[in-house]
Design a protein around this ligand. Structure first.
Ligand code: FAD
Length: 390
């Protein structure tokens, strides 16, 4: 293990990471490996002992970019033990049989469906096992002085403060750290929300087995709406329906159980026989918002930095937000190497190296929405794929 770097920090100084989500936990592990002591602050209670939030992105697709980061802390094998490789897309038309489109010519390449909760818990376990890392749950950041690094948290027993020489915001798309920098006039941001939202629905196991092919990412492209389904280790599938939030054809337009049943029977006819709790899921699961977050700068004074969704949240249609957040951690670690742990140099370098990449995936994710909801079902697209893989 390396010794503490030469950036004016003392052994007692702890780096603060705000947000013990995917990026925050991974970052804590990487920083501990460098010899830093880390305080990881999380607004939620410990998810390893609590209840799972209903209908909030149960699983996600982990690709090579994310796996690379997990390999570096020795966690890839454990995470992949419960992963379900998806080797292509299964397109479900309104009429007729589903059609499989392989992700690679030889059918060997796959993206991996994994449980978001299990991944977060594995990362939390890894961080908590390190003597350098201390995790404070039930700590919601509500104030930050970017000049001094003084943070204010709301906890179940009242407000508390802490100071750190470096504060890293890994607190997601609605980042409070970003909000604090904005409030101090130190950053500009743009939030572009889609007029589409998402709702999760469940296809339970059928006779103890998967009700659909578990080696595929299932897509129901319907032009103005789209549904996808990813397999889970318990042999269920989590479906995510993307649809406008308002208007005559939207989440808001299905007001009764009969209307919900009619809609799915008409537009997704293979779903109702496989989803006995469809109406209940539809009525009770929330509609999530989808948007792109852009901001600049991603750091202030080498003292406060942003990464992951806090710096660049994207729409989920390329399945790359978490993968991208993991890549951020690897790159920040590389920048610290290249700058001999001088944070005032490493944080601007991190932004310089990552911002164009984040913008590229943000645009690709928006473009892929059009492809997934529309083009994958078109005869021209299918002909092109046959030529592509011939
Ligand atoms: P988060 O995972 O959001 O973690 C932020 C953490 O900060 C949370 O634990 C939160 O509780 C905590 N926090 C927030 N505010 C505070 C505060 N004030 N104080 C303290 N703590 C705070 N990505 C993929 O790579 N593949 C996919 O297939 C995929 N599918 C997706 C599907 C959907 C429907 C959605 C919405 C997203 C999907 N994503 C996917 C994107 C992915 O979920 C995010 O990019 C990823 O979670 C970002 O990680 P993060 O750690 O930056 O933020």
């Amino acid at each position: 293990m390396s010794t503490l770097p030469s950036s004016g920090m003392t052994e007692r100084d702890e780096i603060a990471v705000v947000g013990a989500g995917l990026a925050g936990c991974l970052l804590a592990c990487f920083l501990a490996r460098r010899g830093y002591r880390v305080a990881l602050y999380e607004r939620r209670p410990d998810p390893r002992t609590g209840r799972v939030e209903r209908g909030r992105s149960i699983n996600l697709a982990l690709s090579e970019r994310g796996l690379d980061a997990l390999r570096r802390i020795g966690l890839a094998e454990q995470v992949m033990a419960d992963a379900l490789p998806m080797r292509g897309r299964m397109i479900h038309p309104v009429d007729g049989e589903p059609q499989f489109q392989s992700y690679s010519a030889a059918g060997t390449l796959a993206i991996n469906s994994i449980s978001r909760g299990a991944l977060n818990n594995a990362l939390l376990d890894a961080a908590a096992a390190l003597p350098e890392v201390r995790i404070a749950f039930d700590h919601r950041l509500v104030g930050l002085d970017p000049a001094t690094g003084e943070m204010t948290f709301e906890t179940p027993t009242g407000k508390t403060t802490a100071v750190a020489p470096v504060v890293l915001g890994a607190d997601g798309a609605g980042s409070a750290v970003r909000g604090q920098l904005l409030g101090h006039g130190l950053l500009t941001e743009s939030l572009d929300f889609l007029d589409y939202g998402y709702k999760e629905l469940t296809i339970p196991p059928l006779g103890g087995d998967f009700a659909l092919d578990p080696e595929a990412l299932h897509i129901w492209p319907r032009g103005t709406s789209m549904m996808i389904a990813l397999p889970n280790p318990d042999r269920s599938f989590t479906c995510t329906l993307f649809w406008p939030t308002h208007g005559t054809a939207s989440f808001a337009s299905l007001g009764s159980p009969a209307a919900i049943e009619r809609h799915f029977a008409t537009h997704y006819p293979d779903l109702p026989p496989l989803a006995p709790n469809l109406v209940d899921d539809y009525q009770h699961n929330p509609v999530g918002v989808l948007g792109t977050v852009r901001c600049t700068p991603w750091q202030v004074g080498g003292k406060v930095g942003l990464l992951g969704d806090a710096a660049h949240a994207i729409v989920p249609f390329y399945g790359q937000g978490a993968n991208c957040a993991f890549e951020d951690v690897v790159e920040l670690d590389r920048c610290l190497d290249d700058c001999a742990d001088d944070w005032a140099a490493a944080l601007p370098l991190f932004q310089q190296r990552r911002q164009d990449n984040a913008e590229a995936i943000a645009r690709m994710a928006l473009t892929n929405f059009v492809e997934m909801r529309d083009k994958v079902a078109s005869p021209v697209f299918q002909l092109w794929r046959r030529v592509e893989h011939a």
